[in-house]
Design a binder for this molecule. Structure first.
Ligand SMILES: Nc1ncnc2c1ncn2[C@@H]1O[C@H](COP(=O)(O)OP(=O)(O)OP(=O)(O)O)[C@@H](O)[C@H]1O
Ligand SMILES: [Mg+2]
Length: 102
């Protein structure tokens, strides 16, 4: 994702993501770690639950908007806020795993 901006429709004045850029390579496992309310879960929700308010999201080189939710979800696994990660890091975390389409 490049330069992504996002605010929830119910709170349009409250910017949650402000120009976030993040690249996850195929096969890579990424842990997103940060304080509560920092926007970790929101990043996941941009994978076909909400549309970004700005910037672009590419999935395997294709615009996310051109892919179906089903196509995207069968290619990823998400592990939200594992207790042992929470315990170990004393911070909440999400893990996103991607692999190549097709
Ligand atoms: N549906 C919603 N409508 C409006 N604001 C929301 C909504 N969901 C989350 N937020 C706000 O968006 C911000 C980011 O929330 P998010 O859930 O992404 O944080 P997080 O990093 O996952 O936090 P946690 O570690 O507690 O899970 C917070 O300020 C939260 O209050
Ligand atoms: Mg969260």
């Amino acid at each position: 994702m490049n330069d992504v901006r996002f605010a929830y429709p119910g709170a349009p004045e409250a910017s949650v993501l402000n120009r976030l850029s993040l690249q996850v390579k195929a096969g890579e496992t990424v842990a997103v770690v940060g304080p509560s309310g920092g926007g970790k879960s929101t990043i996941l929700l941009l994978l076909k639950f909400y549309e970004p308010g700005g910037g672009s999201i590419l999935f395997d080189g294709r615009q996310l908007s051109s892919l179906s939710a089903e196509d995207v979800r069968k290619e990823i696994a998400v592990v939200p806020q594992l207790d042992f990660v929470h315990y170990a890091a004393k911070q909440s975390a999400c893990v996103i795993r991607l692999r190549r389409l097709g």
